[in-house]
Ligand binder design. Structure first.
Ligand code: SAM
Length: 371
C-alpha cells in the first residue's frame, strides 16, 4: 500500500519538481491507500486519542457542549458538528450520553475525509459529510474537533543565515529527501525573526477549514482540541506508527501519521481575521478539571472502596483500572497537555468552565477582552 502512495508522490515530483510538504502530506495521509484510509486510532491502530482512552472524556465534553448550547440559547435538539470524527467513538458516546440525560438531544453531523471512517460513522444516528465546505448553513450550533488540526497539511518555512526558505520534498538516490527552495515572499513573513535552522509549520489547510466554518456558522462556538503551543512555533514535524514515534516522515509515506504541534496563536489570529472571537486557550487538564473530573474520580474511588468492602474484588479492580486509564486524560505528561481553543461568533459569552481557569493565547486583534 505504501508503494502505491510513494509511486504517486514520485510521479508528482517528476512532473512538477519538488512538491510542498503540504502536498506530500496530502498524498501520504489522504490519497488512495494512504494512512487515514485505514483505521488509524485505537489499540489496533497506531495511536490513542482521548475518546479511545476512557468514556469520561465524552461525558465531560458533553457538559462543555451543553453549557455552550445554553449560552447560545439553542433549542432542543442542539446542533453539533464534529470535524475529523474518525471511527465515531466520540460521536457514539456523546449521542448515547445525551440520550441518557434526556434533556438535550443532539442533531449531530460528523465530517470525515476518510471513506473507511465515513462507512463506520454512517452506522450511527447522525448525518455524515466528507468536507466542511459541504456543510449546510448553521444558524446556531457548535463545531468541534479532537486531534484534527495537527493532521491537516502544512507548509514548512525555515529560517537560514541568508533568509527564509521553503522546505519541499524531492527524490534523490531513490529516496524522498528535503530540499530548500526560495521562499515565496508572502510565505517568508511567517518566519518572522526566527533563529537560523528553526522552522514554522504554516497551517494552510487549517486556515481554509476555519474559513469554511466561519462562513457556515451564523451564531455559535468552535472548540478545537489539539497538541500545540500558545505562542509562536508549533513543534517538530514527526510521525507515529504502531504506538511509537516515527521520526523519518519521508520514509514509507502512507505507513505512518505525520503531525506537528499546532501553532494556536496563528489559528486564533486567523479565526479573528474571519470575524470569530478567541475566548481562550487552556490545557485539557485544566478544562477537564473545571468540568468536574476530580469529582468524578472521587465518586469512582468511593465506589471502589465500597466494592472491596462488599467483597466484590473483581469489580473494585475494574474501577481502579478505569481510573488509571482516565488519569491519562489529565496527566500533564500525557493527554492532559492537549489544548482546548474556544472560538465564538461575536457577542457570545465565555462559559463558566473556561473562565475559572487561566487562559492564554495572543490572538492579535481579537475584539474581545480575553486572552
Ligand atoms: C487523528 S484522527 C482523530 C480522529 C478522532 N477525532 C479521534 O479523536 O479519535 C484525525 C481524523 O481527521 C480526519 N480528517 C483529516 N482531514 C480532514 C478534513 N479536512 N475534514 C474532515 N476530516 C478530516 C482524518 O481522516 C482522521 O480520521
Amino acid at each position: 500500500v505504501s508503494e502505491q502512495v510513494a509511486a504517486r508522490i514520485r510521479r508528482a515530483i517528476e512532473e512538477r519538481g519538488p512538491i510542498t510538504f503540504a502536498e506530500y502530506m496530502e498524498h501520504a495521509l489522504y490519497g488512495p491507500g494512504a494512512f487515514y484510509e485505514r483505521p488509524a486510532v485505537g489499540m489496533e491502530g497506531h495511536f490513542l486519542t482521548s475518546p479511545h482512552v476512557h468514556p469520561i472524556f465524552a461525558e465531560l465534553l458533553l457538559r462543555a457542549l451543553v453549557s455552550l448550547g445554553d449560552a447560545l440559547g439553542a433549542t432542543d435538539p442542539l446542533s453539533v458538528v464534529e470535524v475529523g470524527a474518525g471511527d465515531g467513538t466520540l460521536a457514539r458516546e456523546l449521542l448515547q450520553l445525551a440520550g441518557d440525560r434526556g434533556d438535550r438531544r443532539l442533531d449531530y453531523i460528523a465530517v470525515e475525509r476518510s471513506a473507511t471512517a465515513r462507512a463506520r460513522l454512517s452506522e450511527l444516528n447522525l448525518r455524515v459529510a466528507a468536507h466542511v465546505r459541504d456543510l449546510p448553513p448553521m444558524d446556531r450550533g457548535i463545531v468541534f474537533a479532537n486531534e484534527l488540526l495537527d493532521n491537516l497539511p502544512f507548509r514548512r518555512i525555515r529560517a537560514t543565515a541568508t533568509g527564509p526558505i521553503e522546505v519541499r520534498v524531492d527524490v534523490a538516490g531513490g529516496r524522498f529527501v528535503e530540499v530548500e527552495v526560495p521562499c515565496d515572499p508572502e510565505l517568508a513573513r511567517w518566519a518572522g525573526d526566527l533563529p537560523a535552522a528553526q522552522e514554522v509549520a504554516l497551517p494552510i489547510d487549517a486556515f481554509e477549514l476555519l474559513d469554511s466554518v466561519a462562513g457556515s456558522l451564523a451564531s455559535g462556538y468552535v472548540l478545537l482540541i489539539d497538541y500545540g503551543e500558545a505562542t509562536g512555533l508549533g513543534g517538530e514535524v514527526h510521525g507515529y506508527r504502531d504506538h511509537r514515534p516515527w521520526d523519518d516522515v519521508l520514509r514509507e509515506p502512507g505507513s505512518a501519521d505525520i503531525t506537528t504541534g499546532v501553532d494556536f496563536r496563528a489559528i486564533a489570529r486567523h479565526a479573528v481575521s474571519r470575524g470569530l472571537a478567541s475566548l481562550g486557550l487552556v490545557t485539557q487538564r485544566d478544562a477537564l478539571l473545571s468540568l468536574g473530573y476530580a469529582e468524578w474520580d472521587r465518586d469512582q474511588r468511593e465506589r471502589q472502596v465500597r466494592m472491596l468492602g462488599d467483597a466484590s474484588g473483581a469489580r473494585a479492580a475494574r474501577i481502579w483500572e478505569g481510573r488509571g486509564r482516565a488519569s491519562l486524560l489529565v496527566d500533564p505528561a500525557q493527554l492532559g497537555s492537549l489544548r482546548w481553543l474556544l472560538l465564538a461568533t461575536e457577542a457570545l459569552p465565555r462559559p463558566k468552565w473556561l473562565s475559572t481557569v487561566q487562559t492564554s493565547v495572543d490572538s492579535g486583534t481579537s475584539r474581545r477582552s480575553q486572552v
